[in-house]
Design a protein around this ligand. Structure first.
Ligand SMILES: [Zn+2]
Length: 306
């Protein structure tokens, strides 16, 4: 707007209006009335979108749109200089002639604001990542990663090739809402929190079942081998990061990876329940075969995967 109305080269001001001055109606001929009304219209747009701080002055100037005088134009000029003086990183817009680096910076700022739900939320997040007045970049990265995961994991769980019952259990796992033994034990509902899948004396939790447990780890590693994944991760936070942040694209390869993850989660949870409630035990080999069969059947029956 400053460029459009030729105010960009004016000096900066940090106060928008001299509150000791009273704006009176113009008694003479109107001065550039059309240009004045256009400028006020632009100011109103800016005010309602990003700059509520200019609302008072714009509201006052708008009363003289039909007959602006020199005095009103002086206030407009002052307001323009104030906007220039207070334009900061949060309001800057990339222009065609700007450097690549600058455009990347603005793009990153916009992405971060979108992830956090607006400028104010991002500012709050940044201030919460300060320790002893020093900004911790790692804390910002982790906080933004969390926001990304929140948005992205639903795409993994509800992938187009996924089987609904697999998606449902996986959804609870991603939200950490499965009633695992550690949770029931803490509430005093059961007497033992030991994992039913492995022989080790490990507490059954979401992160243990997927896939720190020796049993689950063997199953998941075999499925990753079979699917020819070029990475390995048996810790939940790594799996989550791989699927929600690092995995790129929306192609068949990604859909199959999502199918493999949700199927493995489902079969591990089912095996855990069968062991507890029916005292039936299957080996890792049997479980792996069942998961592979499910994946094959889905591929053969789905036109997307053929
Ligand atoms: Zn275990």
């Amino acid at each position: 707007m400053l460029r459009k109305y030729d105010y960009y080269d004016r000096s900066k001001l940090l106060v928008s209006y001299d509150y000791n001055k009273k704006l009176l109606p113009n008694t003479g001929r109107p001065v550039e009335q059309l240009r004045y009304s256009k400028i006020i219209g632009s100011h109103m747009y800016v005010m309602s979108c990003t700059r509520p701080d200019i609302a008072f002055v714009v509201g006052m100037l708008s009363r003289f749109t039909s007959n602006p005088g020199k005095l009103h134009w002086d206030v407009v000029q002052r307001l323009m200089r104030y906007l220039k003086g207070t334009t900061d990183i949060w309001q800057v817009v990339a222009k065609p002639g700007d450097s690549w680096m600058w455009k990347q910076l603005i793009r990153t700022r916009d992405k971060a604001m979108a992830l956090c739900g607006g400028e104010n939320n991002l500012k709050l997040l940044i201030s919460s990542c300060c320790k002893n007045s020093k900004l911790r970049i790692s804390a910002i990265y982790n906080a933004l990663l969390h926001s990304t995961n929140e948005v992205q994991w639903t795409k993994v769980v509800w992938g187009r090739l996924n089987i609904p019952k697999h998606s449902f259990i996986s959804c609870l796992v991603f939200q950490d809402r499965l009633l695992t033994k550690d949770r029931l034990y803490r509430r005093g509902i059961i007497n033992s929190n030991l994992c039913s899948l492995c022989d080790g004396a490990c507490s059954e939790s979401r992160n243990h079942l997927f896939f720190e447990c020796a049993f689950s780890c063997e199953v998941w590693n075999s499925i990753m081998d079979w699917m020819d994944f070029n990475w390995r991760a048996c810790h939940w936070h790594h799996v989550l990061e791989w699927f929600t942040v690092r995995q790129r694209g929306k192609g068949l390869k990604q859909l199959l990876k999502n199918l493999a993850l949700t199927a493995t989660i489902y079969y591990i949870w089912r095996e855990r329940n069968v062991r507890i409630f029916q005292q039936k035990y299957r080996s890792t080999t049997q479980l792996i075969r069942e998961i592979e069969t499910d994946i094959w059947i889905t591929i053969l029956n789905n036109p997307l995967a053929r």
